[in-house]
Design a protein around this ligand. Structure first.
Ligand code: MG
Length: 245
């Protein structure tokens, strides 16, 4: 973001630290929705959340949600709220399946994050091992990556939502699965995410963190969570990486 110019510390020092973070990463875990694409760019997340609420209402189950949860624009939050009250129930399973099908519909209208495709290819080419660690369905991430010709940079390391919704980030479960499958040392691993829950999961997994914030609101949330490194564009990350090759 404009963080380079807004920072009070000398830019060169910050750049040097950012360079170390990027070039020192032997394993890179990407959150999916945000750093790789805007999944709900065309098929709005708010609409998906509203659909979930209406679907519950139609079944006489609107009492499962508080007023605040009913107004929640994030479909994951609605899903989690229902899961907290009826963990592992058929209702939660059905709601999760509905979310997966909405996410799959969104893939066709998803908007690629600027610079991320060449960033992924470059990181892969210089020998870093890459994985996806997402709260979305792993099917959705796989399908999107295939549309961009990026499958080979990640496969088979795509770790997403499982039937146990209590393991969604900020739980470090999907990061730990990636670390273990890659045989990765947490200290040599970098997580790139756009949400406070990504930062919290990275802390718990003991991996380093680079925040990606496409607007000031997202940057504020990441900084408030404690993220030290936040970029508003992946372009400088790509530049640093290309400088290394
Ligand atoms: Mg995200």
């Amino acid at each position: 973001m404009t963080s380079d110019t807004k920072q009070t510390e000398p830019v060169t020092e910050l750049t040097a630290e950012l360079r170390g973070l990027i070039t020192g990463a032997r394993f890179v875990l990407f959150d999916f929705d945000g750093p790789i694409c805007r999944l709900f760019a065309g098929h709005k997340a708010e609409q998906v959340a509203e659909d979930q609420v209406r679907w519950l209402e139609a079944r006489g189950l609107s009492g499962l949600l508080t007023d605040e949860e009913r107004a929640e624009p994030d479909p994951h939050a609605v899903l989690r709220a229902v899961d907290r009250r009826h963990q592992g129930s058929d209702l939660v399973i059905e709601l999760e399946e509905r979310l997966t099908s909405q996410e799959l519909r969104a893939v066709g209208l998803a908007y690629p994050t600027p610079y991320v495709d060449p960033l992924i290819r470059t990181w892969h080419a210089v020998g870093a091992r890459l994985a996806i660690a997402t709260n979305n369905s792993p099917l959705v991430a796989s399908r999107y990556l295939a549309t961009r010709g990026l499958t080979d940079c990640f496969a088979p390391h795509i770790y997403g939502r499982t039937p146990d919704l209590s393991l969604l980030k900020p739980h470090p479960h999907c990061l730990n699965r990636a670390l273990s499958a890659l045989g990765a040392e947490p200290s040599g691993t970098l997580m790139i995410g756009d949400a406070d829950t990504d930062f919290q999961a990275a802390e718990r997994a003991g991996v380093r963190f680079l925040g990606y914030a496409r607007n000031e609101g997202k940057e504020k949330i990441l900084r408030a969570a404690g993220a030290e490194f936040v970029v508003g564009s992946l372009q400088p990350v790509l530049q640093i990486l290309r400088g290394q090759t």
